[in-house]
Design a protein around this ligand. Sequence first.
Ligand code: GLN
Length: 536
Amino acid sequence: MNKQTKYIFITGGVVSSLGKGIISASIGKLLQARGYAITIQKFDPYINIDPGTLNPYEHGECYVTMDGMETDLDLGHYERFTDIHTTRHNSITTGRIYKTVIDRERRGDYLGKTIQVVPHITDEIKRRMLRENEPDEQLDFVITEVGGTIGDIESAPFMEAIRQLRWQLGRNAVSVHLTYVPYLKAAEEMKTKPTQHSVKELQGMGIQPDILVLRTERHLDDQMRMKVASFCNVDLDCVILSEDMPSIYEVPVRMLEQGLDTAILRKTGLPVGESLSMQSWYDFLDRQRHAEGQIHIGLVGKYDLQDAYKSIRESLTLAGIYHGVKTVLHFVNSERITADNVSEQLADMAGVVICPGFGQRGTEGKILTAAYTRTHNIPTFGICLGMQMMVIEFARNVLGYPDANSREIDAQTPHNVIDLMEEQKTVTQLGGTMRLGAYACDLREGSRAHEAYGGQHTVMERHRHRYEFNNAYRNRYEQGGMKCVGVNPAADLVEIVEIADHRWYIGTQFHPEYSSTVLHPHPLFLSFVKACVGNG
Ligand code: GLN
């Protein structure tokens, strides 16, 4: 870590779900555009070691970093906005902090001492906020987002750590607080009182915010901003509005127009400089605004919740924009798909994504989908469990094994075309033990996947699964017309299957959605959406 590193702390008040992740990612984007090296990290106050064991209904999708950490979905925003690669050091929970401290205590590192929240837990939080685990990093800014809202019992140690760090770091630390300004319809007024209370609460913890970002559904006039500034001891130009936007990707530009980045630079004593390289971002927004026409894509999955397939949704939307169309996504609950209604459920879809997942629930609907889209020449993208369902369907309906299945779903299946990986057989703990993170995948020349990747020989893709394609059946698939065109060279695991004689039918054992960014949408999503546009 270089000595001049600056630290930005982002907290939220009044209510949750204000979009702190988007604001953090936007700040990162803008500082990066001014030539500064940044990283963004998230501290979550829950006790789970990581969100890997959480049901998506709890916190939405589990995002996976290149180095195999299962993390909060906000890390997906960080990567999509800024193109940085986050690591296991960018996603911390209360559970991890406590585990580190308790392991140390058991080792005897604190021998003779009483271990307490202050200073031991707060010291460990500070160490991680300062990224002392990454001593070689050369960063100008470390942006730290704290999950939850201030005032929650469980976020208190994080607030205390920020208070101490601000004292210790002086001008090298900036506190950004995000609040909500509601509109009261009956009074026809915007109300700033909750913001004043939230700031007071923060001040009560010894943290004076430098910058306030006010989330509003309506425009707030200058007089209201002035009122907030004077009640909260914040400069007027540090009261920033974050109004509802048609797209989250507009947010950095709105922040830029109000000088959020320059306010941070001024506070930390860094030169604003002349150059700001946002041209490619503006070009993207231009494309987004001018996207004409629509394509309808079905998301076949079991979690009826926007955030459950966040990265897939964003990847499809981004790929659509690059092809000049607006992608309209339709969630199709795989539990409700039957042989009788599958054509109706998927009617009017230009393409279908069969989503990842775990467990038996909804898998038969995914298999019916795979059969329908395969036989009706509808572009289909199967991801992880989705790919496994494509493989099972092919075995049942083409290769002649009507009882084929995955061992995850039917432990007794005689045709285990998807089976537990060898090294998984001895695993007893569920947390953090899947095949996780980036592995190499060699692409077969002449395949559609190879073409989609622009002719690259080997690509690195992120994984999150325990089961895999069973190589005992590989030849039969090849002969039957489902080609294993992507293979991990070290373990000989099948990573990509495709049917050449189809408009677009590809399944990936890995998760390409984790590596699609605004400026670099993933090649497989680009290729898939292109096929959908052709089919729309
Ligand atoms: N449940 C499957 C496995 O563990 C697929 C996982 C996923 O879709 N992420 O292999």
